[in-house]
Design a protein around this ligand. Sequence first.
Ligand code: BES
Ligand code: ZN
Length: 621
Amino acid sequence: MKKSLFLLLVSIMTINSCEQKKEEKTAQKYIDEPHSYAQPNEAVIKHLDLNINVDFEAKVITGTATYDIQNNRASTIILDSKYLDILAVKADGKETSFNLGEMDEMLGQPLSIAISEDTKTISVTYNTTDKTEALQWLNAQQTADKTHPFLFTQGQAILTRTWIPIQDSPQIRITYDATVKVPSDLMAVMSAENPKEKTADGVYHFKMKQPISAYLIALAVGDIEYKAVSNRTGVYAEKSMVEKVHAEFSDMEKMVAAAENLYGDYDWEQFDVIVLPPSFPFGGMENPRLTFATPTVIAGDKSLTSLVAHELAHSWSGNLVTNATWNDFWLNEGFTVYFEMRIMEALYGKERANMLAKIGRQDLEEELESLKDSPNDTKLKLNLKDRNPDDGMNSIAYDKGYLFLRTLEETVGREKFDAFLKSYFKKNAFSTTNTEDFVSYLNKNLLEKNNVSFNTEEWIYQPGIPDNQAIIKSNAFDTVESILRTFIETNNIDAQVTKDWTPQEWVHFVRNIPNDISNEQMQLLDDKFNFTNSTNSYIAMVWFEKAITHNYHGNNVDVKIEEFLTTVGRRWYVTTLFEAYKKSNRVDEALEIYKKSRSNYHSVTANTIDGLLNYGKTKDL
Ligand code: BES
Ligand code: ZN
C-alpha cells in the first residue's frame, strides 16, 4: 500500500472513531432521579463559568453563571434553583425569557429558560438570599483567630442550587472556571486549582478541568494560609492553626501514595485539606483537590486522621466514580469506608484498621437498633423519592456498605478483590454508576469469573445484616473490654495496661460503659482519667453522651457539654448529644442549650436538630 493512501485511511479511521466517540457522548442517557428538576436528556450543562462577588457586609453572593450546554434541539433548559433571586437570563448573549416554577421546600424551584434548538450557551445573573442553605457566613468571633469573618459552602447533597443556579444531579458532570472577588484581606479557595497566597486586589481565578458533579463545587473564604506537606499535598488554615494542622496531617503524602498503590493513580493532581472553623457541619467533605475538614480532628497526636484517609478515598469512590442518584449513596460511602480502612492498614497496620472497623461495627449495631421501626432505611439501595436525602442518608451506607465489601473481600480473597476494585474504578472513571450497574459488573467480573456464589441481592436490597457477615476482631478491644469488666466488678483499673492506650481504645472503653453503673463509678472514672476535660473531641463526645444518659453532673461536666455544643457544629457529634438528652427525658435542658447554640450551626445541622427536638413546634418557644 502506498504510504499516502495508508495515511489517508488511518486518518479516515481516526475521524470515524472520533465521530463515534462524539456520538457515544451525545447518546449518554441520564436516568430519572427524584432530587433534580433538570431534564438532561433534552439539554444539559457541560461547563460553568462562574463570575461572582462575595459581599461580607450584606452576606450575599452576586454574579453570573454562564454555561456551555449540550442541546438536543430543545426549546427549554431547566436548572435547579432554591432561594435565589434571578435577575436576568441570556441565551447566546441575548436576553431570553425564563420562568421560576412553584417552590418546593425540599427541591426549590425549577428555573426554565427559553432556548432555541441551536443555543450553545446560557447565562444567569443572580444573587443569593438570607435563606441560602449551602452558605454559612461566620463573624470573626466564630473563627479560630477571631479577627476576620469567614464563609464556606456545603453542597452535598442538594444544596449547591442554593448558591448557584445549576443542574444539581450527581449524574451531570461539568468542568468549571470561576472568578471570585472577595475583600482584599481574605483569600478564596475552591474545589479547583487554588492560590497559595493572597492577591493584592482580592480577585481569584479558578479552574477545575476534570468534570465533576454539582455537589462537589465548593468555596471557602477567610484569612487563611497555605503550608505544603509535599509537592502535591498541603493544608490551608487560619494563622493560629496552620502549624498544628500541618503537623497533624504530616502523613498526607504517604496516604496518597498508599491509595495509589491500591487502586490506581490519583487523578486530581493536588490533594489539599482546609481546616474550617468549628461550626463546619461535617467531619470532612471530599471537595475535589481540596477536602474541607472540621477542626475537631486536630487532636495533637494524629489519632483522628482516618478522616483524611476517608476524604482522600473519595477521590476514587465518589469523585471519580460517582453515585448516579442519592439512592445509590452507599456506592460513594461504603466503598470509601472500605478504602479508608485499607489506607489506614497500609500506613499504621492491621490492628489500628481493625479497631476502626470494630468501632464502625458498633455504630452499625446502634444504627440498626435506632432504625428498627423503619427497616427500609437499613437497605443499601435506598428509595428517597419525596424525602430529603439529608434525612434518608444514614450510617447504613457507611457501615453496612463497608461490611458488605469486607465480606466480599474475605470470600474471594484480597488479591482478586483488589484487582476487581481497581478495574471498577478504571472502567467508571469520570462517570456515574448506580447500584444495578455495579451488581452486574460484580457478577460478571468477580463472582462468575471465579465461580463464587454470593448473596449480593440480600446484602443490597434487604434490610438488616445477612448471616455470612465478616467477623471483625480486635485484640486490643478484647483487652479494653476485660479491663472495663474488672472495673465494674472491683472498681480497680490496671494503670499499667491503660497507660499506652490510643484514643480509639479510650473511645471503645467509654462507649461500652454499661447503662447501669453507679454515679459513684462514673465519678471515679472521671477523677482518674479526666474524661470531662479530654482534649480529644471524640473521647469528649462519647463521654458527654454517657454523662447525659447517666445523669452524671460531676466535675462541671454540664458546663463543658454546653461549651462543646455551642462551639462545635459537627452534625454527628451534635446529634449524638441532643439524642442522648432526648432518650433520657431531658429535652427541656436540651432546648435550653439549643436556643443558645442554634445560631452557630450551619443549616444542615440546624435542620437535623430542629427535627429531633421539634424546635419551633413546641409551645414554649
Ligand atoms: N461526603 C461525606 C459528608 C456528607 C455526607 C455530606 C452526606 C453531606 C451528605 C463525607 O465524606 C463523610 O462521610 N464525612 C464523615 C467523616 C467520615 C470519616 C466518616 C463525617 O462528616 O462525619
Ligand atoms: Zn464520606
